[in-house]
Design a binder for this molecule. Structure first.
Ligand SMILES: [Zn+2]
Length: 628
């Protein structure tokens, strides 16, 4: 038995005892971000320890990304020294790559861990919890810059942070801070869980707005960008974000925080991204977010409301299996259909109620969601819950035959579930009871000083039953936990609408295709094609295109005997009414083929049509609560 194995075994035996008897630990964290413009940040953590075995962990399961993907691959240095300045050796646990085994020498009373972190190297599952930097803008997620002793629960590790920024830069963060005469920022002492839950944005161009919200805690919007002009947010837009806070207060019946900070980066250099935190959110949108009206009205406008709702749904109320008190215990993500699905729904509700989106735009997007989700054949072998259980494998993967594999459907199909719940509550109670009541009671009520409250599926059902006695378990089984032959669509009728086809895309669909350079033939041929002619995601195996032999990745070079373009592709589908087919010349690897798709339905796009014989529940759900 070698020394390392003995060491590991002794730790396993002692692990529970040491957790029970550990004293609170104070870490002094010194972060030098002056090199963040060169994509490097250095941190030094100093804390007391005793000679012998010390196990340090690099955060692996970082909250918010629902994946064991703490970006450990970007470490550019990890050095341990003791209080005499001597190098202390460490070894990586060969069976757990995030675990470092440190042998503290006799006579040492404390150690310092120096970390060099290489920024701006995000991977699919670390985007929101990584650190970034360029000449103008920086983002620090503390999980990238620290290790923590395995012996202590996170709540018992206190961190006092000092931070140095590039000259003249300002910062935004949910943790209170002040800058001393030497230019160093001193952050209030918090526990390590709170620190990791409070990222920082910083930059040369920086603006903070205090939002005007009625009966709501102080809410700030901090913005940074490479461009000074990008910070020139119109008053009208800032007012809408104020309304967002007011409407959230009305929806949840208050807030569990004393202050909330939106951290917003307007940049074309960083990936579009958002990440939720208890008292703040990180949001990254395009540089011209405030300058072009269409940006806010389009899909980017939805980001801040979504991350804001998460403060209640996902952070304050958290699925039990996701509320772990360390960064290494595996999370059970099956309830993401609540965590993300309900957030997706309430986020859109608040986006419309605050005036960021208009209701017609919302309805057009809803039709688009239904069109996409209805095409998902993967529901025949895996449930919606299973997409949540295996969430991180579905993020950012190849879209080849994605209709068979399924994507992160717990977001939008979760949204449809909660929309249906609202329709049932309203329908069965003559609109006396609504999902707003559920939001207040389940996500909002009884704030015990902001302490995070776990929930189970049984808690969700029991809360719904308090509002309306109904077979919620059966609904959850049918919509969430069972596989399905096809997607149940009766919720559309419950909302007071019908589905119909139009030969014209909605404005939202037209904008989306223009924005993303593609043409959707999902409701006609069962495929999408990009501007270059490449067959994209959305190929549906039992619809005309795939049935005729079209495969993912093929490149269409000709359509109905003419050179391919998106417009000619659309025209060919329109002409199918007369021709009874669409003919494609495709490049398939190094082979050319002609594929004839038998089809005579013309262009078809799904739309929602009002059913005047029923109450309009969409209008009722999305109308602002705030009296203007
Ligand atoms: Zn989310």
């Amino acid at each position: 038995m070698n020394r390392l194995l003995l060491f590991l075994l002794s730790l396993t035996t002692l692990a529970s005892a040491s957790l029970l008897h550990a004293k609170p630990l104070s870490i002094s964290l010194d972060v030098d971000a002056t090199q963040i413009t060169r994509k490097l940040v250095n941190s030094r953590l100093t804390f007391e320890t005793s000679p012998g075995e010390l196990v340090l962990r690099y955060p692996e399961w970082v909250p918010g990304v629902h994946a064991p993907r703490g970006p450990i691959q970007n470490l550019g240095g990890l050095r341990v020294t003791d209080d005499k300045g001597q190098t202390v050796n460490w070894e990586r646990d060969p069976k757990d790559r995030y675990r470092f085994l440190v042998d503290v020498p006799k006579g040492s009373r404390s150690v310092t861990v120096a970390i060099d972190y290489i920024c701006s190297q995000p991977s699919t599952n670390s985007n929101g919890v990584d650190s970034f930097g360029n000449s103008f803008v920086g983002i620090i997620n503390w999980n990238t810059l620290l290790v923590y002793p395995e012996s202590h629960p996170l709540a018992e590790v206190e961190v006092t942070t000092q931070l140095t920024l590039p000259n003249g830069w300002k910062l935004g963060c949910a943790i209170a801070s002040n800058q001393d005469d030497s230019g160093i920022w001193n952050l209030d002492t918090v526990n390590i869980e709170q620190l990791v839950d409070s990222p920082i944005i910083m930059g040369e161009n920086f603006r903070s707005f205090e939002l005007e919200a009625a009966d709501f805690p102080k809410t700030n919007l901090h913005v940074t960008s490479e461009s000074a002009a990008a910070l020139m947010a119109p008053d009208e837009t800032i007012e809408k974000f104020g309304k967002l806070a007011s409407e959230a207060g009305l929806l949840f019946g208050g807030a569990h925080f004393e202050q909330y900070d939106f951290l917003l980066v307007c940049s074309d250099q960083l990936p579009f991204n958002g990440l939720e935190h208890l008292k703040s959110s990180y949001n990254s949108v395009s540089e011209r977010f405030f300058l072009e009206e269409d940006k806010l009205k389009g899909w980017e406008g939805y980001l801040l409301p979504h991350e804001f709702v998460h403060s209640w749904c996902g952070k304050y109320r958290r699925p039990e299996g996701m509320l772990t008190h360390d960064f290494h215990t595996v999370k059970d993500t099956r309830l993401l259909w609540v965590y993300e699905g309900l957030t997706q729904h309430l986020g859109e509700v608040l986006t419309v109620r605050s005036g960021i989106w208009d209701i017609d735009h919302f309805k057009q997007l809803l039709a688009g969601k239904i069109s996409y989700l209805r095409s998902i054949r993967g529901r025949q072998w895996r449930s919606l819950e299973d997409t949540a259980a295996d969430a991180y494998h579905l993020r950012g993967w190849s879209r080849s035959w994605s209709s068979l594999r399924r994507g992160q459907d717990y977001y939008n199909e979760g949204l449809l579930f909660w929309l249906e719940v609202d329709a049932i509550l309203r329908g069965e109670t003559n609109s006396e009871t609504t999902l707003d009541d559920f939001s207040k009671q389940f996500l909002g009520a009884n704030y015990p000083g902001g302490e995070v409250l776990p929930f189970t599926e049984e808690d969700v059902v029991s809360e719904l039953n308090k509002l309306l006695k109904y077979d919620w378990e059966e609904l959850i089984e049918n919509r969430i936990t069972n596989t399905q032959e096809s997607m149940p669509l009766d919720f559309v009728e419950k909302l007071g609408y019908k589905l119909k086809y139009s030969s014209e895309p909605t404005k939202a669909q037209k904008d989306r295709e223009k924005d993303r350079n593609y043409a959707s033939a999902l409701d006609s041929l069962g495929m999408d094609v990009s501007k270059s002619g490449t067959v994209r995601s959305g190929l549906v195996i039992d619809m005309p295109a795939a049935a005729a032999g079209v495969s993912p990745g093929m490149k269409i070079i000709g359509v109905n005997d003419r050179k391919f373009s998106l417009d000619r592709f659309r025209e060919a589908i329109a002409d199918s009414v007369v021709r009874g087919k669409v003919t494609l010349l495709v490049e398939d690897g190094d082979r050319f083929r002609t594929i004839e798709i038998p089809y005579d339905g013309g262009l078809r796009y799904l739309e929602l049509e009002r059913d005047e014989s029923k109450p309009d529940l969409i209008e009722a759900i999305y109308t602002p609560r705030l009296e203007s």
